[in-house]
Design a protein around this ligand. Structure first.
Ligand code: 13P
Length: 259
């Protein structure tokens, strides 16, 4: 993947990932069909991933074929067992997923997930042969207190396992206060934080840390995607609300710098 010579210092193909969260009944497959048809007609210069609810992983995969990758939104650390309502990484893989998200702030906030649990879920994803998007990011109170780098440092140190490479994971930096609010950090702030995360990854993983994708997430939409995706060290986007409508998601995909 290295050496594609993208503008803005980017060397890797960007990843545009849609996180549908708890949205989507079978009617939503129309949106997937529209995305796939558009990308077949005009192939994207980025990698595209959709993470629907687990109930739709199979059907989305059937529509997506090789054009769009499919992922889960969470997984349990164990491969099977008496964990009512949970889903194993192996089940995601069996349903057709090639990725899963872990450590989303909504899991951390509403399900009390710790950094250690997020690391265990990442290892579970790898065990099942999935690539993993590990989410990190500070709350508004933490940013106001000037603690955003300290929070991200702690999350990186404890949520991201040894053995992380660009082939088995990506980071998603999602400031909690930017999720679903229509507010985003300035492009300078995004650039500063992504450079900081890059430095932490390189210090820990050496050359492998240089290649790891660092996605930005939080209120990415068709109007701001072009500027955000052009920021140095932004390796793609993790998109919530705007990934639910094919037209918006395609506009974001189209906003990525061309390879
Ligand atoms: P929004 O794009 O809706 O702000 O959500 C971002 C997010 O949480 C993606 O994981």
């Amino acid at each position: 993947m290295i050496g594609r010579g993208l503008p803005n210092g980017k060397e890797m193909r960007l990843l545009i990932a849609g996180n549908w969260k708890m949205n989507g009944l079978s009617g939503a497959l129309d949106e997937v069909r529209a995305v796939v048809a558009a990308l077949k007609a005009c192939p994207a210069s980025v990698d595209v991933l959709i993470c629907p609810p687990a109930t739709l992983i199979g059907p989305v995969g059937a529509e997506a074929g090789a054009t769009v990758a499919v992922g889960g939104q969470d997984c349990h650390p164990k491969p099977s067992g008496a964990f009512t309502g949970d889903i194993a990484a192996e089940m995601l893989r069996d349903a057709g997923a090639s990725w899963t998200i872990v450590g989303h702030s909504e899991r951390r906030q509403y399900h009390g997930e710790t950094d250690e649990l997020v690391a265990a879920k990442t290892l579970a994803g790898w065990r099942a042969g999935l690539k993993v998007i590990i989410c990190i990011g500070e709350t508004e109170a933490e940013r106001v207190a000037g603690r955003e780098e300290a929070v991200v440092d702690r999350q990186l140190a404890t949520s991201v396992p040894d053995g992380s490479t660009a082939s088995n994971m990506a980071i998603a930096y999602e400031p909690v206060w930017a999720i679903g609010t229509g507010r985003t950090p300035t492009n300078d702030d995004i650039g500063r934080m992504h450079a900081h995360i890059r430095a932490v990854l390189v210090k820990r993983f050496g050359a492998a840390g240089q290649a790891i994708d660092i996605l930005y997430g939080g209120s990415v939409n068709p109007r701001n995607a072009c500027e955000i995706l052009a920021v140095k060290d932004v390796g793609g986007a993790l998109v919530g609300g705007a990934s639910l409508k094919a037209a918006d998601f395609l506009a974001i995909i189209g906003a990525a710098p061309a390879a």
